[in-house]
Design a protein around this ligand. Structure first.
Ligand SMILES: NC(=O)c1ccc[n+]([C@@H]2O[C@H](COP(=O)([O-])OP(=O)(O)OC[C@H]3O[C@@H](n4cnc5c(N)ncnc54)[C@H](OP(=O)(O)O)[C@@H]3O)[C@@H](O)[C@H]2O)c1
Length: 255
């Protein structure tokens, strides 16, 4: 049965695939038929995931890459093109968070967050888009956050909020400029999913109780509950949708 969301024959890059949402998305893309290039700094984790994806009958290329380093990114993109011959989809998922308000966060922490979450997306998108522009086809999906459009009275994460706000509007800027090349650029904005990034603070009992009381669906997201939104933006189901951020947040941004 054909499906609007089918990714058979597509080649997708997923950054930050060594844990959390990136690992989950790599599995979901493979399930929908895509071959995947999985990127992160922890190569051994990518190798483990590669075995799983190969067992699903898909092609997979693990690539050690620090997205904050442009030379690394250039080399990775070349390796992916040499291996697969094309790139259809880029999921800019790699990211880091840091707690703190602007009057407490250090410059080093600020730079780490910004270099990964914004400059990393800049480098990946710059080098992958060159290939997409030539082919006049491409689907770019960025991982934003509810903190791309909201603040918090109790948990200041100002560097993170600034970085994700940048992603929401970079998504619009790229979509506006590259529509003429058949490239769509969209973003997904999660609220809370349990991963390495969130498990130690946000999943502590008191924080979780507060979150559950605030969010209309009364619970955090479960593994897999982001797959649909990302696959929508990565597939031809979203052929006339660009520049959008879809919040997968249990209703957080609606209240
Ligand atoms: N979990 C949530 O509730 C939530 C909510 C909103 C938005 N998000 C966003 O979702 C994305 C994934 O987060 P997650 O929750 O899955 O976090 P996670 O489990 O900590 O995963 C982050 C991933 O990013 C990679 N990464 C970090 N710095 C990198 C770098 N310099 N170069 C290459 N890869 C790098 C890490 O791999 P290595 O360490 O191996 O390099 C890891 O695979 C992030 O953009 C995050 O901001 C998450």
């Amino acid at each position: 049965m054909s499906s609007l969301f089918d990714l058979t024959g597509k080649v997708a890059i997923i950054t930050g695939a060594s844990s959390g949402i990136g690992t989950q998305l790599a599995r979901a893309f493979a399930r929908e038929g895509a071959d995947v290039a999985i990127l992160a700094r922890r190569y051994e984790k990518l190798e483990e995931l590669s075995k799983e994806i190969e067992a699903m009958g898909r092609k997979v290329l693990p690539v050690k890459c620090d997205v904050t380093n442009e030379e690394n990114v250039k080399t990775a993109v070349k390796e992916i093109i040499d291996h697969f011959g094309k790139i259809d989809i880029l999921v800019n998922n790699a990211g880091v968070a840091a707690e703190g308000a602007v009057d407490s966060i250090t410059e080093e922490e600020w730079d780490k967050v910004y270099n990964t979450n914004v400059k990393g997306v800049f480098f990946m998108t710059k080098h992958v888009a060159k290939v997409m522009i030539e082919r006049k086809y491409g689907k770019i999906v960025n991982l934003a956050s509810i903190y791309g459009i909201t603040g918090s009275k109790t948990s200041p994460v100002h560097a993170y909020q600034a970085s994700k706000g940048a992603i929401v509007n970079l998504t619009r800027g790229l979509a506006a400029y590259w529509g003429k090349f058949g490239i769509t650029v969209n973003a997904v904005g999660p609220s809370l999913f349990e991963t390495e990034m969130t498990k130690d603070g946000l999943f502590e009992e008191q924080n979780l109780r507060m979150y559950n009381a605030l969010v209309p669906l009364g619970r955090p997201g479960k593994p897999g509950e982001l797959d649909g939104a990302v696959i929508y933006f990565a597939s031809d189901a979203s052929s006339y949708t660009t520049g959008q951020t879809l919040f997968v947040d249990g209703g957080w941004t609606s209240v």
